[in-house]
Ligand binder design. Structure first.
Ligand code: PFF
Length: 449
């Protein structure tokens, strides 16, 4: 369960959640996300952990066990982390760069305007950090030493959480008067983040928000990637799955919420609503240094500790992805761990290089249906989170809701007579609501409407 929590909490919570929440208007995104977390997130996490424990197989063969006609879901579940890992590592590389900058006393520089953009558009540096991040991940997977990493999460995760709380409170104290004479405070920013604004809400905006929130939810919980099935297969029969599911869900959502509280008020104070609407993957890297810079010398130390923690959280998630892929290679092709890790490392590095070049020699601007102007990173992110993950989630719901029937999952969840209070909700979700909404969203994300 520690491994599952380590996989769930990562860049998704700290880097991705805040920029999407800012882009989609703060409070509305938060509201939609929370509703989806207690319905969709809970349903999928329950389903995947239960499938894993029931079949005692990794995702590649678990689906086949449940129903041979659905065996290709295992392949889909292998492809998804293979698409995510290269760009996840690129962002991990950015975190590594900032960690090094703070540790070497150059943290203040990262707060200067244009620093982030000139870093990612340079040709060699981002590449080096991306490869370093991947190499660290591959090393842990190859040596099979993730156990050690997981147990350090017990200490490091609470420290990270405390730091996020501290910085979030500090963010509230910001105040800034823009050139046009408007004064905005951190508290105003907090209101924008937590209070939904329904004025000018159109069906299109709502559906984009739901689409972004659902992709984010899958990403953040590491569901619809097969990884939770694999972790479920390690859970003992006598363990209480419901308790673990609740813990992972609450912790993951809490970290995301607090990360939003830490970053969004700062964007709002300095860049206003306009800046929020245009937020993208660089948001965290632009906002956090500004916060640390305003703390003076203490900020340099805090920044160093903070980016180190984020780097650690990113590594545990990346390790879980690569571990899932490598386990499947071993399973499917009978390769050794060494060979499987080497192959995945090379594939990941090649795609990772393309992701880095997406900000310089391969730069393009591609408008996506969710209003984002994409480079290679955003495109891979969109393909995995808005298309492949909803597709896998949809097919999993069809399999569980209609073919094997929800009872199988419920029996597994309540194996030791645990009370399952959300049972009714679970059945309605897997059978009806989830498939329907996922079909609509898939149409939307491929641009049908
Ligand atoms: N859940 C991780 C995060 O929030 O950073 C990212 C992730 C890990 C996504 C593993 C997918 C996955 F299979």
């Amino acid at each position: 369960m520690l491994a599952a929590a380590g996989s769930a909490v990562g860049l998704g919570n700290i880097w991705r959640f805040p920029y999407l929440a800012a882009k989609d208007g703060g409070g509305l995104f938060l509201l939609v996300y929370l509703i989806l977390a207690v319905t969709f997130g809970f349903t999928l996490l329950t389903t995947e952990l239960a499938i894993g424990r029931k079949t005692r197989r990794s995702s590649l063969s678990a689906y086949r066990r449940l129903n041979p006609r659905f065996k290709n879901l295992g392949i889909l579940a292998l492809i998804i982390p293979m698409v995510i890992l290269p760009y996840y590592s690129a962002v991990g590389g950015w975190v590594m760069k900032y960690t090094v900058a703070y540790l070497t006393g150059n943290g203040a520089e990262t707060a200067t305007d244009g620093y982030f953009n000139s870093f990612i558009s340079s040709e060699t540096e981002p590449l080096i950090y991306t490869i370093l991040f991947m190499a660290a991940t591959a090393y842990v997977v190859y040596r099979g030493v993730n156990k050690g990493i997981e147990s350090s999460s017990k200490i490091l995760m609470p420290i990270l959480l405390l730091m996020i709380v501290g910085i979030a409170i500090f963010s509230m104290t910001f105040e800034y008067t823009s050139d046009d004479g408007v004064t905005r405070s951190g508290l105003d920013g907090l209101k924008v983040f937590v209070i939904p604004d329904f004025t000018d809400l159109t069906l299109d905006k709502l559906s984009i928000t739901i689409m972004d929130a659902i992709g984010q939810l899958f990403f953040s919980l590491s569901v619809a990637t097969g990884i939770m099935i694999t972790y479920g297969s390690y859970v003992k029969s006598e363990d209480n799955l419901i308790k673990s599911i609740n813990k992972i869900e609450i912790f993951d959502t809490l970290v995301a919420f607090l990360a939003g509280m830490m970053i969004i008020p700062v964007v709002f104070v300095f860049m206003g609503q306009e800046g929020m609407n245009h937020s993208g993957p660089g948001l965290m890297f632009i906002c956090l240094p500004k916060i640390f810079a305003s703390m003076g010398t203490v900020g340099t130390v805090l920044g160093a500790v903070f980016f180190t923690m984020v780097l650690f959280a990113a590594l545990t998630s990346a390790i879980s992805m690569m571990e899932g892929i490598v386990a499947s290679f071993i399973d499917k092709f009978g390769y050794s761990r060494r060979k499987s890790t080497a192959i995945e490392f090379v594939i990941c590095a090649v795609v990772g290089v393309l992701v880095c070049f997406g900000y310089n020699i391969l730069y393009f601007e591609l408008p996506l249906p969710n209003g984002v102007t994409a480079q290679i990173l955003d495109l891979l992110d969109y393909i995995s989170n808005n298309m492949l993950m909803p597709l896998l989630a949809l097919l999993t719901c069809v399999l569980v809701g209609w073919i094997t029937k929800p009872k199988k999952i419920i029996d597994e969840i309540t194996l030791n007579g645990e009370p399952f209070t959300r049972k009714g909700l679970f059945i309605v979700m897997v059978k009806y609501i989830a498939p329907l909404l996922l079909i609509l969203l898939l149409f939307k994300s491929v641009g049908v409407f």
